[in-house]
Structures are given as C-alpha cells and as structure tokens.
Design a protein around this ligand. Structure first.
Ligand code: SAH
Ligand code: SF4
Ligand code: F3S
Length: 467
C-alpha cells in the first residue's frame, strides 16, 4: 500500500470504531512517559482516538480506554508502567477498560514477553513503527475481542496527515525526523526507534503554516539529532530553520536536540540571522571527559565541545546553553567526573538535565564490565546537582534589571490577577497585565528573582508590543 493509502485505510477504521461507539459517551485517558517526541506521538494518538468518539478524562481507572505511551531510555519508566498496569487490572475486571500500551518500551523483546506473561489482560500492544495503525488495532480488539500485538522491527515509513490533538494552543511541537543513527553506547533509542528518516521540507512547512493560521506562536522542531536532518539534495537543517523563520505569525522557534558532532557553520549562521530562533541552544554534553566520551561513542572530545561552544558564543554573543549530562557511565573515574564539572563551570549552562547512568539491555554500555557502584553514582550526581543549582541561581539573579521578550502564555496558576509567560531562555516570568496580552510577545522589565520564577513589570511607557 502507498503511504497515503495507508492513512486513508486507517481513516476507514476510525469511522468503523466511531460507529461501534455511537451513543455510548466513551472516555479515554493517556499517560505519556517519554520525551517530547513521545509527547508529539501522544498528540497523534489523541487525535485519532478523539475522532473515534472518545472524550479525554484525567483518571485512567475511570476510562473506557486507557493508553500508555512508554519510554525506555532509563530504568524507572519500567517500574512506573508495571505499577500502572497493576492498578488497571481492577478497572479491567469491573468495567472492561480496554488497555493499550505503545511506544519505545514495546519495541523491546523482554518487555513484550513480560507483558504476555505477567499482564495478559493487556488488550493492545503497539510499537513506535505502527502508531498510525492504532484505529485498526483498536477496531480488532473491540470487534473480535482479540489480544492485539502489533510491533514490527522494520523502520516505519514517514506518515503524513495523521489527525493531531494538541496539548497547547500557543506552543506546538513538530517532529521533523524519526529515528537515530548514532548508537551512543549507553542509549536504547536507536534500537527502538530505528534509523533516521526525515520528513519532506514541504510537509513540515505546511504543518507550521497551518499552526500559524490557527494562532500558534512558538514552534519546537523535534528529532533525536536535528542537525542531521536531510530534506533532500542541498536541503539541510539550516535551510529548514531559515524557511520556518519566514512563516508569518510564528514568533519563536526552538529545536531539540542537535548533536555537537554535527553542528555545522551554516546552522550557527542560521541561528544568528533568524530573528525568531530563541537564543538558547540545547547542546548535549553527556560527559566532560574525552575518555568517557570515546567510550560513549559521542565522536567529540572535551576540547572540541568547548571550542564549539566558544565559536557559537563568538558569533552570537547573547547565546546561552542548556545540556544533558549522564553521571556514572561505566569506567568513569573521579578524574573523569571532575572533567564534567569543569565543563559545567566553563559553560555556565542556563539549564542542565542530569541523569544517573542506567543500564539498558542490548546496548554496548550494559556489557561493559567496569560498572560504577550505585552509591558512587548518587554521590557524584549530588555533587553535580549542587554545582548546577548554584549556577542557575546566579544566572537567574542576572536577569534582574534587564528587559526580556516574553511570550505571554496565560493567567498565572496561583494568582488570577497575574499573567505568566516565558523568556526566550525558557524562564517563567509572572507579571501584572491585561489578559488581552495572552498570545503576544511583549517586552517586560524583570524586577525580582523569586527563585522559581522571575517577577516582571510592563514598562510604564506601555509601548511594549513587539509583534
Ligand atoms: N537524542 C537526544 C536525546 C536522547 S535521550 C540527544 O542525543 O541529546 C535524552 C537524554 O537521556 C540523553 O541526552 C541522555 O543524557 C539521557 N540518557 C540516554 N540514555 C541513558 C541511559 N542509559 N542512562 C541515563 N541517561 C540516559
Ligand atoms: Fe541516543 Fe545518542 Fe541517538 Fe541521542 S544521539 S538518541 S543519545 S543514540
Ligand atoms: Fe523518547 Fe524515551 Fe523513546 S526518550 S525516543 S520516549 S525511549
């Protein structure tokens, strides 16, 4: 079947399930456990599910359809899933809740087996390459009362036009590529998401234009390694950034994640030249030790990473960085860990996502013999955390007295009189203002650092709309 035909074929199942459900007022709940790509997949699942006649509710135990979109990048996700499945057993017995589990963890053979054996009441298991077939799988589960296992190991195609139900009405994520070719030795993602497949530039542009027409202001371009995006001959990630920057109505562009080894000059130039691209770059470090980086198969050294950051900063002085760091990779010595702290001190990140190394079945890291004891990993993690907290606190303080462009997102959760928004660097700002400002980018003066957020004031001259 051609790609378009496959999606059309699924639309027939959407109609069939809708018919089966007619007049029944059915509900669904979805639990998303993974990264932003997983979130975006969940938005597609919600799009399909709502078209089939289900309404979203908050509590999975009350729902007629309970969907879990899983992640397996670290171990804790497994405990969470199995806990949830235990909870749902009763709901299944009492009201026949349909239980569907999808996402990255379902691509793992040992997990499939565990579910078969210990959680046989699960109705549908689907993988990352078969997400678009959810209507067909659900139809078969309902109609034929069969247990469905729909997981394949072959890379999924790049499907367009799957219905989407978005979580937000100002900020939207747009997946630009699927899969990963890098095989960092700690990471499970390439095994569960397959090889890199890029969407066509025209389809991405069309989606962003559509979002702009619907009033979206901020777009995040997603991929496991966005700067290896391949949109065809002579069309790379820098071209895509420039084209998205031209789309009227969009005010802000973000992207995650680029890989330091592929950060080319033309991407730096595009970030510099495109006014809508937020001047914060997520540049995953993982480790500051050249030796550990080599073992991790990251393909850059400590020095190359620092040089890259310096080069970007020289071109775009206002840029700041965020990063991901893994603590306790096999063989990491005290000296190696000091190298990580050293890079953190030198770069002074705006934000650091810190992870304790977690062994993943099937990855080279899991087979390494020199695993680090849990206690050492935790101690190092806490040392890194203290340094990061100290830095982020100092960085927040630097905002006081500056003017910042804020995308006004809505009323503050805790105080109806106040508005909330975010700076380009993703800091939350709370300020007093008219709710007509929601959805606009305005300039705000930061007057106080309240640790969890910044307090701002709209400039007295009130001239502040920078649309
Ligand atoms: N493709 C992206 C993100 C991948 S997953 C990138 O390369 O940056 C998000 C983060 O999870 C990674 O950056 C890494 O820091 C962390 N991670 C991945 N595998 C891990 C593991 N086995 N243990 C601990 N953290 C891990
Ligand atoms: Fe995992 Fe590395 Fe690919 Fe990121 S680049 S998804 S860390 S293998
Ligand atoms: Fe994302 Fe987790 Fe899969 S990080 S790609 S949901 S393994």
């Amino acid at each position: 079947m051609k790609i378009n035909e496959e999606i059309e074929y699924q639309k027939e199942f959407i109609d069939k399930v809708k018919k089966l459900n007619e007049g029944k007022k059915l509900t669904y709940n979805i639990l998303t456990m993974g990264c932003q790509l997983n979130e975006n997949d969940s938005e597609k699942l919600c799009g399909m599910i709502e078209k089939m006649g289900y309404t979203k509710i908050e509590e999975s135990k009350q729902a007629d359809l309970a969907v879990m979109n899983t992640c397996c990048v670290r171990e804790n996700a497994e405990d969470r899933l199995f806990g949830k499945l235990g909870e749902l057993k009763k709901a299944k017995e009492e009201k026949g809740t349909i239980i569907a589990i999808g996402g990255c963890m379902m691509q793992e053979k040992h997990i499939q087996e565990k579910i078969r054996k210990s959680y046989p009441y699960t109705d549908i298991i689907f993988g990352t390459h078969t997400l678009h077939k959810f209507p067909e799988d659900l139809y078969n589960a309902i109609k034929e009362k069969k247990r469905i296992e729909d997981v394949i190991d072959i890379d999924g195609k790049v499907y367009e036009n799957i219905p989407v139900k978005r979580n937000d009405n100002l900020k939207a994520s747009v997946t630009i590529m699927y899969g990963c070719n890098n095989f960092c030795s700690y990471c499970i993602v390439p095994y569960v998401r397959g090889r890199e497949r890029s969407r066509k530039p025209e389809n991405i542009i069309e989606e962003v234009k559509c979002l702009a027409n619907k009033g979206y202001k901020e777009i995040t371009l997603l991929g496991q390694n966005v700067n290896s995006y391949n949109g065809g001959e002579n069309y790379n990630f820098a071209n895509l950034l420039k084209d998205v920057n031209k789309i009227e109505g969009i005010e802000r562009i973000r992207f995650v994640s680029p890989h330091p080894k592929d950060f080319t000059e033309d991407v730096i130039k595009a970030i510099k030249e495109c006014s809508k691209i937020c001047k914060i770059i997520h540049l995953p470090l993982q480790s500051g030790s050249t030796k550990v980086l080599k073992e991790m198969n990251r393909k850059y050294t400590k020095e190359q990473y620092l040089e890259l950051a310096q080069k970007i900063k020289k071109e775009i002085p206002e840029i700041v960085f965020s990063t991901d760091i893994i603590v306790g990779f096999p063989g990491e010595t005290e000296e190696d860990f000091e190298d990580t702290l050293d890079v953190v001190r030198k770069i002074n990140y705006e934000q650091v996502y810190m992870f304790i190394y977690s062994r993943r079945v099937g990855t080279p890291g899991d087979k390494m013999e020199n695993q680090i004891p849990e206690e050492t990993k935790h101690k190092r993690f806490n040392r890194l955390k203290s340094l990061v907290e100290e830095q982020t606190e100092n960085n927040s303080e630097k905002y006081v007295g500056t003017k910042q462009k804020i995308l006004v997102e809505g009323k503050s959760k805790n105080n109806d009189e106040m508005l909330t928004g975010r700076t380009e660097t993703n800091k939350v700002v709370i300020f007093e203002g008219n709710k007509d400002l929601i959805g606009k980018v305005i300039e705000i003066e930061i007057v106080r650092n309240a640790i969890w957020y910044l307090q701002g004031e709209i400039n007295a001259r009130n001239s502040l709309k920078i649309e």
